[in-house]
Design a protein around this ligand. Sequence first.
Ligand code: MN
Ligand code: MN
Length: 443
Amino acid sequence: MSNDVEKYCSDYMKFLAAAKTERLAYAEAVRMLEAAGFKKLESAKDLRPGDCVYRGYHGKTLFAAVIGAAPAAEGIRVVGGHTDAPRLDLKPKPLYEKGGLAYFDTHIYGGIKKYQWLTLPLALYGTVVKKDGRKVDVAMGDSPGDPVFMISDVLPHFGKEQLEKKAKDLIAAEDMDVIAGLGSTAKMLERKYGIEADDLLSAELEIVPAGAPRDVGVDRSLIGAYGHDDRVCAYAGLHALIELAAGVGRARRRTSMRFLPKTGAVVLCDKEEIGSVGASGMESSFFENTVAEIVDRQCRMARDIDVRRALEKSQMLSADVCAASDPHFPDADSTGNEAKLGKGPCAIKYTGAATKSGASDARAEFVAEIRRTMDDAKVEWQMGELGRAEKGGGGTISKFMARFGMDVLDFGTPLLNMHAPWELASKHDCFHTMKAYRAFLAH
Ligand code: MN
Ligand code: MN
């Protein structure tokens, strides 16, 4: 493996370890952007080619851009990924005791196979907002010496009846409750964080697998981690944009002024795993409002039509992971059209189910343009489908962007056992995903 791949993946793994929730991913991304000289969009009075700006929303959704030579009204290039991942959310009144044990009552967020979450070390992360508006960040389970949490399962000796059930019924969603201790949980939370049970009414607390990403395999060619979906693409987009910003900065200092031809942007959004709904999801107006903010700073007397043109002439890679073919589960594959681990990021023309229902089907002209861009930049990439017809399919944010009339293609890193507490990606694919986004934003 080349040094470039190793260095990139080691940085990605650090990001992943720090970004266990969408809020933490946001904070980490803002830290990276500010270190690279990006300024808040709100603080920019006007925008010129080469300017690097970002706009955050609710501490969860993020838009970052390097302003290009052409005005935004001529369209921008966007790489859009999401930073939320399947997990268990604590209910508003999560604390209860049963049989001498203290529990956190949880509500499933995103598509999971429930049985995979039993008897694993789990961590607790989130934000509690007190009535007076003060925020308290909670993080327990990943720092050395931290306790972890777990969901119990019945022992095999007593589990004969349970094992006769269908896998989806092995445990009920309402029983996915997390052991918080032997009692006095509320008191401990009060002592450690100064939060009372009532404060949990206004909180976002998430249970996620404990532990940092690890190299997998004797050759260390793979990364096992929680939350590759979709932080692997989110990080790749962010890294690519920051590299391009640095390139523009260097060119500027040499006064050769080589700008991106069009404004290059990265969107990291929330709530993809539950359908992109809500104010921080891609269905909200955040994206078009941000494009409007850019257009407004680029042309005096910007009109609504300028924003509509900017949106319609834009192009997007919907940066989301796809399913890699698993040799042990060949029935899931669309044979001949399956993504393979280690063969680079995969373009998915349409992600819909059996009849393409719900798919944002990229037009052939745009796919051809992407082929050209990737091949010119020597990106190793592949093309595939999302699983076997009548079995596969899945939603991404592409359809929410395509509604503006822009070209959108799903393009992301293949994963093995996506949505499991521990997902598997190939280092080679991670690196080439970043190269792909860099080529797209810069071409
Ligand atoms: Mn995803
Ligand atoms: Mn997903």
